[in-house]
Design a protein around this ligand. Structure first.
Ligand code: HEM
Ligand code: SF4
Length: 618
């Protein structure tokens, strides 16, 4: 039996009815069917949960811009809209987009049409369609592979944008404010040689049902994992030859983060290699994958509807062969790639054309207050363009070297510091918006993370970890995992009021899933659980071993028993008594090796303990 949302989509005349009617009523909100439809237009209806009397309805708008590219003009427009019609802040998301909160229903049309007329868009930013397509945010002008990645992201976004026109009907009275799309995109969309299309439909790929669920694509270049490539439904990697000419693309499929507490059949999953396609085949191959998910993804249960479950249930080989029937070709062998590296692009970098770019760290992606005002002034007076990163940060582009010191100083005055002046824990952490606006939140995230990070740093200090020691911490208010906590070295996932699941074991380069370590840990108990782990990490890590790798190597049983027996960090030295013959033998050996008795004894004991520890955890 198809779920309720499926019927709403089907009966909506391509996302119009009853949204158009509901938008015209005097009420501050819209009905349930319209709530489902407005998501496809890039908006969520929300109610402020801190307001107890009645429902304080408002709308969140999410923009869509492939590769996070924001023109100078669009930035200024978004900044103005936040002040005039929103809550006065701009939120940067993990998909290189803006979120504008607090828009009232009667202002929606003004806000939407302003964005559209300034060549921005919100179409398909939410809903069961392809969402914003990610690509590395670094504006390198002399790296062809990066330019190919942006071009591919743009084309994939165009290919999979809804076509039936309701967006323009509703928000700009039918005016088509769009730049022309490349001819190969139109050709690929209309091509129906392998039964991918609804012939004659205004939505040739999506039809009346659209996709079973949200759909996410990221494009990158080998080794640059700034886009969390493996958490997407489709991950595309550009492959160039030695002369930097584009050859083709590696394609991964089946990643996704969302899960539901206590439902074992829901889980986060990493994408896996599907194959390689040559450069002219990318659009057709991606369309074939989308058609496969469209026709075989589950439509009865939205919690099982993401493509990752289809790939999981079928296995990659069956999945590939069904995709090939829509593609009309076979995939070639996935090409060998170098290891992935996380890139943040914070701080100053060369753009490759004589100009510079500066990656600004924005705490939790929230641009507000003086920082908002100053960013706006800099962007306006130097006429900079902007890129949004997949980690809720922002890059100022096209900066002349002679402006560098003035810009650095001005930003520093409002607390937007170069990365070396910011706690490394803050640089790599993320939190979702959660309370008070997210209807699904059961615990704090964005509002809670500043104090959580301070407490972690204090624990680090207490157990003797250094300032440079860091880890990837991510916090979400519920298991949907909007801030990708299942890839973190320490993930905190709200599972009750002031209580969290603890996930351990992700990596800094975002290539391994974390695992549930403990559940229902109260926020006031974090020290009891975490301090022993940090202490053990400091005492037992091999050189350079990250916290994520360490927790995986130790095994969760060892970590848990250590928490039980932990008595606080050891300070200074302690004495142990030895029998005199043991001491004499030790002294003799130490002499022979030219070591102190203390040093030799410590070494021998540590070797022994580490050795027995390893066999424990096997
Ligand atoms: C406040 C309103 C929001 C609501 C109601 C919301 C709702 C959801 C839901 C229901 C899911 C689970 C989807 C699934 O199971 O497949 C999800 C996942 C996700 N959301 Fe949100 N979200 C919100 C805000 C955000 C924001 C602000 C961001 C970015 C900063 C974000 C990024 C994500 C990501 C990355 C995922 C994981 C997607 C995946 O499975 O790959 N969300 N969200
Ligand atoms: S993770 Fe949960 S609480 Fe956080 S924004 Fe997403 S849906 Fe809301």
């Amino acid at each position: 039996k198809r779920s309720k949302v499926e019927l709403i989509k089907e009966n909506s005349n391509f996302l119009r009815f009853p949204l158009r009617e509901e938008l015209e009523t005097e009420a501050p909100n819209i009905n349930e069917s319209a709530v489902q439809l407005i998501k496809f237009h890039g908006s969520y209806q929300q109610a402020d949960r801190d307001v107890r009397s009645g429902k304080a309805y408002q709308f969140m708008l999410r923009t869509k811009q492939p590769a996070g590219i924001v023109t100078n003009q669009l930035y200024k427009v978004m900044d103005d809209l936040a002040d005039e019609f929103g809550s006065g802040t701009l939120r940067l998301t993990t998909r290189q987009t803006f979120q504008l909160h607090g828009v009232l229903k009667h202002n929606l049309k003004t806000v939407m049409s302003t964005i559209i007329k300034n060549m921005g868009s919100t179409l398909g930013a939410c809903g069961d369609v392809n969402r914003n397509v990610l690509a590395p945010a670094a504006p390198f002008k002399n790296r062809k592979d990066y330019l190919y990645a942006v071009e591919a992201a743009d084309k994939l976004a165009a290919l999979l944008a809804p076509q039936a026109g309701s967006y323009y009907d509703l928000w700009v009275d039918g005016e088509k404010v769009m730049s022309a799309e490349p001819p190969d995109v139109t050709q690929a969309r209309n091509d129906n040689s392998h039964g991918t299309n609804f012939e004659g439909s205004p939505e040739p790929i999506y039809g009346t049902q659209f996709l079973p669920r949200k759909f996410k694509i990221a494009v990158t270049v080998p080794s640059d994992n700034s886009v969390d490539i493996l958490t997407n439904d489709i991950g595309v990697v550009t492959i160039v030859n030695e002369a930097d000419e584009l050859q083709g693309y590696n394609i991964y499929v089946g990643g996704g983060m969302g899960r539901t507490h206590r439902i074992e059949t829901s889980f986060p999953r990493l994408a896996e290699p599907l194959g390689y396609v040559s450069k002219d085949d990318l659009l057709h191959a991606v369309k074939a994958i989308v058609a496969t998910q469209r026709d075989y993804g589950r439509r009865d249960d939205r919690r099982q509807a993401r493509m990752k479950y289809l790939v999981h249930d079928w296995g990659i080989d069956k999945f590939r062969s069904v995709v090939e029937s829509y593609y009309g070709k076979q995939f070639e062998t996935f090409q060998t790639l170098p290891p992935w590296k996380f890139e943040s692009y914070l701080g100053w970098h060369e753009q490759g054309d004589g100009k510079l770019f500066f990656g600004v760290h924005v705490d939790n992606g929230r641009i507000k207050g003086d920082a908002k005002k100053t960013l706006r002034e800099i962007i306006e007076s130097y006429q900079l363009s902007v890129r949004l990163t997949p980690n809720q940060n922002l890059i100022l582009c096209d900066i002349r070297p002679s402006w560098k010191s003035r810009i650095t100083k001005t930003l520093a005055q409002v607390g937007l510091l170069a990365p070396r002046h910011i706690d490394s824990l803050n640089l790599s952490s993320m939190a979702c918006p959660a309370l008070p606006l997210c209807p699904l939140a059961i615990a704090e995230a964005e509002r809670g993370i500043p104090s959580i990070l301070k407490r972690i740093r204090a624990m680090f200090d207490k157990v003797g970890l250094k300032e440079a020691d860091s880890m990837v911490v991510r916090v979400t208010g519920c298991p949907n995992g909007c801030a990708r906590p299942y890839m973190a070295e320490l993930g905190l996932v709200g599972d009750g009021a002031n209580s969290y699941q603890i996930w351990l074991g992700g990596t800094a380069n975002q290539t391994r899933l974390a695992q549930t370590f403990m559940e229902k840990v109260k926020i006031q108990d974090f020290e009891r659980v975490l301090e022993p782990l940090f202490y053990l990490w400091k005492a037992r890590r091999t050189s350079e071993e990250s916290f994520g790798d360490f927790t995986m190597r130790m095994g969760f049983d060892v970590l848990k028993s250590h928490i039980e027996t932990y008595k606080g960090p050891r300070t200074g030295r302690s004495r142990i008594l030895l029998d005199s013959d043991v001491h004499a033998a030790l002294e003799k050996q130490a002499d022979e090796k030219g070591l102190s008795v203390h040093k030799l004894a410590s070494q021998v004991l540590l070797d022994y303990l580490n050795g027995s520890q390893d066999s424990d955890s096997d």
